[in-house]
Ligand binder design. Structure first.
Ligand code: CAA
Length: 387
């Protein structure tokens, strides 16, 4: 596999690096400490074209490769994990299913505004009783004339309080299995729709996470995603992409922790020398970096594969490659960030320094968009079918 970027993509990634270093990284501490949604970065990234990075120019996207989008997500996560999930919930989880499964009317209506960042997107699958067991949807829909009517509720929805458009999954009234599920596009101003509360979280504390409620919400027929009853596949294929993004986020967080730890350990003097000079420190960080690079290769393999196989019918390995990337990258990130806290001792534990933030931010990558246990289910399912 070839992971090279075109000259244009490399230029874009270089200019993103500059923006990230100058504008995103310096604000990451306050965004976390004050649980502040990164409004400025959301607006700047949209203006600079990152909100529709890999979508075609006909919809206002930048038409770049999927791999370059994933590399951009990693860079942003290395500076601020919160900011990276705002972008990815928008692009991977909301825009991709609209682009892939939306009607022509829906694509024309929503994609240009999502690409420009005029509106922000979110994805709503999880419910109190439907987390890992995502098919157990209790939010219902019924067809009525030229629209559908939704009732129920969702939880843990990223971007919720700031989103304008939501990709929502619901079960046909009277049915109770995955073939009863359909996907819809819901606008925040539809009567009967409400965003409720704000989840207080351990990490990615600047991101908005809230509940949704639907009370007889009318959704136009053209906002159905794909065929009725095929919504579970819409959700699963969307998450196959989302998981590559979360894996890139994990790699970015782990890389940031290693970078800051090396810098700190070169300054910190104990027993008459910088603690970086102890072989224990060097060997631990060397091993961590090797694991992060290995995780990054899995992320790039999944991204390249997705890019090379836009037709899902001819992409039999996408779920497993995405799951492997997320499983390995998220567990490496948790392990690396925990060890970096230890290597920095009391300062590692202090909120004055970024180490404990990286550790808290890393943990969610093992949980959202499918826990590590779900990734193991997906990989073992693929293995069982292969051999
Ligand atoms: N692509 C296409 N089809 C798929 C698929 C995929 N990746 N995965 C499953 N399917 C299809 C199967 O082929 C099967 O089709 P048929 O019924 O037609 O045969 C159907 O879906 C059911 O498959 P399973 O029997 O394997 O499904 P399951 O009910 O056992 O669930 C699971 C499998 C892997 C556990 C799945 O439920 C899952 O991924 N759960 C985790 C959900 C998740 O990631 N939630 C996070 C939500 S988003 C979030 O975190 C918040 C945020 O905002 C960031």
């Amino acid at each position: 596999m070839n992971f090279n970027f075109t000259e244009e993509e490399q230029d874009i990634l270089n200019s993103l690096q500059k923006y990230v270093d100058e504008e995103i990284a310096p604000k990451a501490h306050d965004i976390d400490e004050n649980e502040e949604f990164p409004v400025q970065a959301r607006n700047d990234l949209a203006e600079q074209g990152y909100f529709g990075m890999y979508f075609p120019e006909e919809y206002g996207g930048a038409g770049l490769s999927y791999l370059s989008y994933i590399a951009a997500a990693e860079k942003i996560a290395e500076a601020c994990a919160t900011t990276s999930i705002v972008l990815m919930a928008h692009e991977s989880l909301c825009m991709w299913p609209i682009f892939t499964y939306g009607t022509d009317a829906a694509k024309q209506k929503y994609l240009p505004k999502l690409c420009s960042g005029e509106i922000l997107g979110a994805f709503a699958l999880t419910e109190p009783g439907a987390g890992t067991d995502a098919a157990m949807q209790k939010t219902t829909y019924r067809a009525e004339g030229d629209h559908f009517v939704l009732n129920g509720g969702k939880c843990f929805i990223t971007n919720a309080q700031f989103a304008d458009v939501f990709v929502v999954f619901a079960m046909k009234e009277g049915l109770h299995e995955n073939h009863g599920i359909s996907g819809f596009i819901v606008e925040k101003d539809y009567p009967g729709f409400q965003v409720i509360g704000h989840e207080l979280k351990m990490g990615i504390r600047g991101s908005s996470t809230a509940q949704l409620a639907f009370d007889e919400v009318k959704v136009p027929a053209e906002n159905l995603l794909g065929q009725e009853g095929k919504g579970f596949k819409v959700a699963m294929t969307t998450l196959d992409g989302g998981r590559i993004g979360v894996a890139a986020q994990a790699v970015g967080i782990a890389q940031a922790a290693i970078r800051e730890t090396v810098k700190y350990d070169k300054e910190r003097i104990q027993f008459g020398k910088p603690i970086w000079k102890f072989q224990n420190t060097q060997f631990q960080l060397a091993e961590m970096q090797a694991h992060v690079d290995a995780a990054r290769l899995l992320v790039y393999r999944a991204a390249q594969y997705k890019q090379d196989h836009p037709d899902l019918k001819t992409a039999p390995d996408i779920s497993a490659y995405a799951a492997m990337a997320k499983l390995v990258a998220s567990e490496v990130a948790s392990d690396v960030t925990r060890k970096c806290v230890q290597l920095c001792g009391g300062f590692g534990y202090s909120r004055e320094y970024p180490f404990e933030r990286h550790m808290r931010d890393a943990k969610i990558t093992e949980i959202y968009e499918g826990t590590s246990e779900v990734q193991r289910m997906v990989i073992s399912g693929w293995l069982g079918a292969k051999y």
